[in-house]
Design a protein around this ligand. Structure first.
Ligand SMILES: [Zn+2]
Length: 584
């Protein structure tokens, strides 16, 4: 995503920047142990969980999960894109953007080219009957199409170079903004062809990317711009600019998934819907939306995937639930999305569904009670065990207290008993590893809560030399646990860049969904004695290997029961079982 800006330049800027003094100018920091701490500027809290590491040159909030390097902080805090943040930091440390990049790379030039592209696509829409027909059939009027700058990309492979010219600067800007793709041969072609085009605008109204929907049956149905210097999918919301533009007061936001959902709702006079561009809801989305209104209604499909998406959104949102913030979830009937629902049932029916949305509290209790019998003691214990860590994510305040009271009523325990129970379980979890006593608020969120795989990744990221301690006899390559691919990626990265700093390692995930997780793993405190590090690390790896073996055996046994094994497979199974014995 850093495009043509040389990596070395970005590193230069970061090396000359001190993240502690940068952040301290916005959020006064206090030194605590190895880190600098403050109450998080991105979510409301009373005990500091926002920490900045001078040694690692990154920040991370253990409360809400936002983190990154100095560039990311400026982007988040000042609502800038990557280029703008880099330009500011470069100026602060007395570096000028490389001359040869200046003409091609300045954001103004990008916006300019994107605007011309919008105009071209709009013009094409006017000339394309099928596209107009499609939009009309979905109830989208010409007025709405104009307001949302809808367009059409023709089927040719070179629409943009023919329309905007083959000038090198323009071609570069089209490549950098993801509108053109370059083949290995050096040949360039249009990313979007035969698609209805939905321009995505930032909060200032500037077009920064596109979504495209196919007209004829073809895959993928929807295509987005890739991550670019102007566009980070996880931070943008489709329709946010238009929603703010349409109404001065936003009663609440309805968070939906797709472009057509936003448009269909707007067409029916509900102009406060925003779309997550097909990604899961992120902390950045929540921070952004809560700036304009205190109430969010998540609208998901009624199927399993919809419920899962809702549950994920809920977990991301919990740290931002300070008093006054309202969060509700609505589930449409199976097979319906907001677009189809409002077109067939109308605005009133849709608003009736919004009214029926369940509060986040009801959603949590319902979701977690579903699989448990809370009339039994076991069920109660298990519910309290899964629900208290969630309630603990909510900032201190009336809302949190109410949640504890509700849990207490359900379990017939007093609030203080519950809170004591929650603290006790934190202490028990970390008792064996917590040899050093630190009084930071983070101690309860220390590594002990990590899965073995995450613990091993955290140690590896923080102590790259541990890479040499990975036993050669492990079958890391074959591990199938969730995130084992990420573990292999970290190993490969450390082999390629053995001397990389924490911030440099983090840059590797700049445009990827794992960015927040890697920030977290880099910042986690582990409370393991330095002299024990290698031993701990290797032990965790063997535990993972054993898990892997056990799942292989499980699979083989399942196959044996279902269809029987060949003699070769039987032998392999026997070896596997012996292998596990050896490890044990
Ligand atoms: Zn935070």
């Amino acid at each position: 995503m850093t495009g043509k800006i040389p990596k070395s330049f970005i590193e230069d800027v970061l090396n000359r920047t001190d993240i502690v003094s940068l952040i301290d100018a916005y959020v006064p920091l206090r030194k605590k142990g190895a880190n600098h701490m403050a109450c998080c500027p991105f979510h409301q809290e009373k005990t500091p969980s926002f920490s900045v590491s001078s040694q690692k040159q990154i920040y991370y909030c253990f409360g809400c999960g936002l983190g990154g390097d100095a560039i990311r902080f400026l982007m988040e805090y000042e609502h800038l894109n990557f280029m703008e943040a880099l330009e500011i930091l470069a100026k602060q440390v007395g570096l000028a953007l490389p001359q040869e990049n200046k003409t091609y790379e300045s954001s103004t030039h990008f916006y300019d080219v994107l605007n011309k592209t919008v105009q071209f696509y709009q013009q094409q829409l006017k000339n394309t009957k099928e596209a107009i027909h499609y939009l009309k059939s979905r109830g989208i009027t010409g007025v709405l199409a104009k307001e949302y700058l809808l367009g059409f990309s023709p089927s040719a492979w070179d629409n943009l170079t023919s329309a905007l010219g083959k000038d090198e600067q323009i071609t570069q800007a089209l490549l950098q903004t993801g509108l053109l793709i370059k083949k290995e041969s050096g040949h360039v072609y249009d990313r979007f062809r035969s698609r209805i085009m939905f321009p995505i605008r930032d909060v200032k109204g500037r077009v920064i990317a596109f979504g495209g929907r196919v007209l004829i049956k073809e895959e993928p149905k929807y295509l987005n711009s890739p991550e670019t210097p102007l566009f980070h999918k996880g931070r943008e919301l489709y329709g946010l600019y238009e929603a703010r533009h349409r109404s001065r007061e936003i009663p609440y936001f309805i968070v939906v998934e797709g472009y057509m959902d936003v448009l269909a709702l707007a067409q029916h006079g509900i102009s406060y819907a925003v779309g997550t561009l097909g990604t899961a809801t992120t902390a950045e989305h929540i921070v952004k939306l809560l700036k304009y209104t205190k109430k969010l209604v998540f609208c998901f499909d009624g199927d399993r995937a919809g419920r899962d998406a809702a549950w994920r959104a809920l977990q991301v949102a919990l740290p931002f639930l300070s008093d006054g913030v309202q969060l509700a979830f609505m589930f449409l009937p199976q097979e319906e999305d907001p677009d189809s629902f409002i077109r067939t049932q109308g605005k009133e029916a849709f608003l009736a569904e919004v009214k029926k949305a369940v509060s986040f509290a009801d959603f949590i209790f319902r979701h977690l009670s579903e699989s448990r019998d809370v009339s039994t003691l076991d069920g109660k214990a298990s519910l309290s065990h899964v629900i208290t860590p969630l309630i603990d994510k909510i900032p201190e305040g009336a809302l949190k207290q109410l949640m504890y009271e509700r849990l207490g009523r359900l379990l017939s325990l007093s609030t203080s008993q519950l809170r004591a129970l929650s603290k006790k379980s934190h202490v028990e979890f970390s008792a064996d590893l917590q040899k050093t006593k630190t009084a930071t608020a983070n101690s309860k969120r220390a590594m002990t809560h990590l899965t073995p795989l995450r613990l091993s990744m955290a140690l590896l990221l923080q102590y790259p030399l541990l890479r040499d301690s990975v036993p050669a006899s492990l079958h890391v390559i074959a591990w199938t646990q969730a995130e084992s691919e990420l573990f292999r990626e970290i190993l490969a990265l450390l082999s390629a860049q053995p001397d990389a700093s924490a911030a440099q390692l983090l840059r590797h995930w700049e445009d990827k969904p794992e960015y927040m997780l890697i920030s977290e793993l880099l910042m986690k405190e582990h409370f393991i004695d330095e002299s024990e590090l290698e031993k701990e690390f290797v032990q965790v790896l063997w535990r993972l290997e054993q898990q892997h073996h056990e799942s292989c055996i499980e699979k083989m046994l399942m196959k044996a029961r279902a269809q029987g094994l060949t003699s070769e497979e039987r032998l392999a199974l026997q070896r596997l079982i012996e292998g596990v014995k050896i490890i044990l």
